[in-house]
Design a protein around this ligand. Structure first.
Ligand SMILES: [Zn+2]
Length: 304
């Protein structure tokens, strides 16, 4: 199975590379733009197709765009755009979020199955927009917090049209009623197969480079260390003598969707790991998450 898909994709890729005409069901499209304006695709294996998703006993079928991994900030409510000319074939304007109990029950029910059921996959994608680009190519935009005003099924959109907004619908954070963990989950389907199916991260990213224009993915930049305290609220998670340990913790927090940064005042040997928050209630949510997911205690910091 794995080789069959690989050969199909490699064959499609070669067709595009050499401009040859060949009998393939779904030649790779080209000239698509990245669905988060200004962003590049993440190079993190766990944010690419094929990554295991133990909570639902299955595999990731798309590309995640999280803050801290794609070259531009990604926050709840930010716009998501069409990757190419296409027709809206699905638009979940009336999406109703699962309760926490429903979410946990659905996830645990999947544990008894050989892999995640299509119905559960759909529920875990939350609020979605799907676009049909012709020739069997469909793009899916998931976990949205909202869909664009005035957009309807059947409408034609062009590359760059805002179709929805970044959110966390369909995730446990969304079921918990928070805005934490917001990211775009994006899938590109060619017929019955998703881009990256049965491929390694390197093979997937090579195909991404053929399909999408725009900035190439770069290796993860180190989390910047600021010497000045940032104004407003933050949650301080820990302080380390060794900067590398602070960096590693900041990376882990970012991977979980928390907006971490490093702060080291001039003259101090300690590198502090902090998380930006916009309100006292968001700070409380972050504290609860630090305790439950990371076994860490945080401290709320208010800077002028
Ligand atoms: Zn995802």
């Amino acid at each position: 199975m794995r080789m069959k898909h690989l050969q199909r994709w490699v064959a499609c890729g070669l067709v595009m590379l050499f401009g040859a005409v060949a009998q393939t069901d779904f030649p790779l499209p080209t000239g698509f733009i990245v669905p988060v304006p200004g962003a590049h695709f993440s190079t993190q294996a766990r944010q690419l197709p094929g990554a295991p998703r133990p909570y639902r006993n299955g595999v990731h079928q798309g590309f995640d765009f999280y803050n801290g991994f794609v070259g531009v900030p990604v926050h709840y409510g930010d716009p998501v755009v069409a990757v190419a000319l296409g027709t809206v074939i699905r638009l979940d304007r009336q999406h109703v979020e699962m309760t926490r109990e429903q979410w946990l029950a659905l996830a645990s029910a999947q544990q008894a199955l050989p892999t995640t059921s299509p119905q559960a996959l759909d529920a875990f994608r939350g609020r979605q927009v799907w676009l049909d680009h012709g020739k069997g190519v469909v793009s899916r935009y998931a976990h949205l917090s909202g869909v664009a005003d005035g957009l309807s099924v059947g409408d034609q959109v062009t590359a760059g049209t805002v179709v929805g907004f970044i959110g966390n619908s369909g995730t446990l954070d969304g079921a918990n009623g928070t805005k934490l963990g917001a990211h775009l989950h994006f899938e590109l389907w060619l017929g019955e197969h998703y881009l990256g199916q049965d491929l390694s991260p390197e093979q997937t990213l090579a195909l991404v480079a053929q399909v999408f224009t725009g900035p190439a993915p770069e290796p993860m930049p180190a989390v910047a260390v600021s010497a000045e305290p940032e104004p407003g609220l933050a949650v301080q998670v820990a302080a380390f003598q060794e900067a590398a340990r602070a960096q590693a913790l900041a990376d882990r927090l970012r991977q979980a969707g928390l907006d971490s940064y490093l702060y080291q005042p001039a003259g101090s040997s300690l590198t502090r790991v902090r998380i930006r928050v916009s309100s006292r209630s968001q700070a409380d949510e972050v504290l609860a998450r630090l305790a439950s997911e990371f076994n860490l205690k945080g401290l709320i910091i208010q800077n002028p």
